[in-house]
Design a protein around this ligand. Structure first.
Ligand code: ADP
Ligand code: MG
Length: 260
């Protein structure tokens, strides 16, 4: 595995020698990687190789999993996110997450977006909140479809709209990093294309990491790809190189569909 050339600023996030255990079972082995604003990074690899486990270490979602234990260093702007002084609620606003199955709150479209800004005190008035809600829905590519039905339930939207609502909900609290765990796997091809388009639009503004089992999707949306196998990071590099000229046989076998 080669290191990226080091940019002058510290990376947005860096993982160093990360191990994750579920009880006695080790799910992630010595993974080191960087995530930055100038690229979307895709995590690929066969089912069960640890993609979701590793993604969850990046905003301490593993804290909520009984028996899960994380070792190693993970930093956000150089600050260790596992430091006892880290405010985990704040961390999860800075490092937002979008899940495989869209999970809007059983609340109105407006309140789905307004929820985070309200608890984080980002709005001083109803007018402020209205601006935040509209802006997040615009950035999520959903505003035109929902602006006349903001009081309708978020759960009444189509699956693809619900997923964009969840992206809008993450965006509304001004995150720095957005983690997506197979965000399109429950969606049809048209809804998937919209999410991929949205990822293109969000790139640069946020550091984005996406888990996908769809290699065409990884090739379309990412500029860096990390291939995981049996809990190890086998290969990590520029997406076009990983897909055309992988260094490792295990990567080649996976991308050519020999196993998976
Ligand atoms: N909550 C859990 N408790 C115990 N083992 C788990 C848990 N979640 C995942 N695992 C195990 O950790 C390994 C990696 O799983 P996961 O991160 O879900 O892989 P992927 O997302 O690549 O499919 C698997 O062997 C899985 O069975
Ligand atoms: Mg997974």
């Amino acid at each position: 595995m080669t290191e990226q050339t080091t940019p002058s600023a510290p990376p947005k996030m860096a993982a160093r020698h990360v191990n994750v255990f579920y009880g006695d079972k080790q799910a992630i082995r010595d993974v080191s990687i960087e995530i930055d604003n100038d690229h979307v990074i895709a995590f690929i690899g066969p089912s069960g190789c640890g993609k979701s486990t590793f993604l969850r270490t990046l905003n301490r979602m593993n804290d909520t999993v009984a028996g899960a234990r994380v070792e190693g260093d993970i930093t956000l702007d150089g600050e260790n996110i596992y430091d006892p002084s880290m405010d985990v609620v704040q961390l999860r606003a800075r490092v937002g997450m979008v899940f495989q199955k869209p999970n809007p709150f059983p609340k109105s479209i407006y309140d789905n977006i307004a929820y985070g800004p309200r608890i984080h005190g980002l709005a001083n008035s109803k007018a402020d909140l209205d601006v935040i809600v509209e802006s997040a829905l615009r950035r999520a590519g959903l505003w035109d479809e929902v602006k006349d039905r903001l009081k309708d339930s978020g759960t009444a939207l189509s699956g693809g709209q619900q997923q964009r609502l969840c992206i809008g909900r993450a965006i509304a609290v001004e995150p720095e990093v957005i983690l997506m765990d197979e965000p399109c796997s429950a969606l049809d091809p048209i809804a998937t294309a919209k999410i991929e388009e949205l990822i293109h639009e969000l790139r640069g503004r946020y550091a984005i990491a996406i888990v996908t089992h769809n290699m065409q999707q990884a090739a379309r949306v990412s500029q860096r790809t990390a291939f995981f196998h049996l809990g190890t990071l086998v290969e990590y590099g520029v997406t076009s190189e990983i897909f055309t000229n992988p260094r490792e046989d295990r990567t080649k076998d996976y991308i050519t569909g020999r196993y998976g």
